[in-house]
Write a new protein. Structure first.
Length: 99
């Protein structure tokens, strides 16, 4: 039995789970290349899924709330369409909520 098979067997039989992480890393790297994600980040995601996470999507409510609303986007778009030479300074003066 080769080394990777024993790692997979160990993880599926209630072992440390390290073999599963290596397998996930190997699969990701073989499909997307080495630069897709660090091995430590793969381990972090494996742990997240082991404790019950079901999605890769960010949890709602995290981070700074967005100040950009559809109405503001329309206003800025209209201002830029009216004057294509609209500068960032003018944008800040007209729409201070966007800073």
């Amino acid at each position: 039995m080769d080394e990777s098979s024993s790692e997979e067997d160990d993880s599926s039989s209630g072992g440390s789970g390290f073999g599963v992480q290596l397998n996930v890393s190997d699969l990701l790297f073989s499909v997307y290349g080495k630069g897709v994600m660090s091995e430590s980040m793969v381990r972090r995601w494996v742990c997240e899924f082991k404790v019950g996470r079901h999605s890769l999507e960010d949890k709602s409510g995290r981070g700074r709330p967005s100040l950009v609303i559809d109405e503001l986007v329309v206003k800025v778009d209209n201002a830029v369409c009216e004057d294509r030479c609209f500068t960032m300074d003018e944008l800040h003066e007209c729409f201070s909520e966007v800073s």
